[in-house]
Design a binder for this molecule. Structure first.
Ligand SMILES: [Zn+2]
Length: 97
């Protein structure tokens, strides 16, 4: 399980730094997509974020847990899962207005 404090990723301008190690940047971009998706009110939409595990054909379904300000996500195929915290107020938070 990936437990991620998203606060570690963005630079002081709120962007994901381009000079991050490739793997860390891929993870950061992946998590940013999940934050964006979880905070968009499109409950009817199909999952469309690809799993980060190598060669996994699964898709990720993120769930916003309002009570804890956490986003829980799980892969439909390999069941890899994670929790993202400290993502409120980032540029990917669609409730940030
Ligand atoms: Zn997977």
């Amino acid at each position: 399980m990936y437990i991620t404090n998203f606060q570690h990723f963005p630079d002081k301008n709120g962007n994901i730094p381009k000079d991050m190690p490739k793997e860390a940047r891929e993870l950061a971009n992946f998590l940013a997509l999940l934050i964006d998706d979880a905070t968009t009110n499109d409950y009817d939409s199909e999952p469309e974020i690809r799993c980060i595990e190598n060669n996994c054909p699964g898709l990720i379904v993120p769930t916003l847990i309002e009570e804890y300000n956490e986003i829980y996500w799980v892969c439909t195929h390999c069941k890899t899962s994670g929790v993202i915290s400290n993502w409120r107020g980032t540029k990917w938070d669609n409730n940030n207005s």
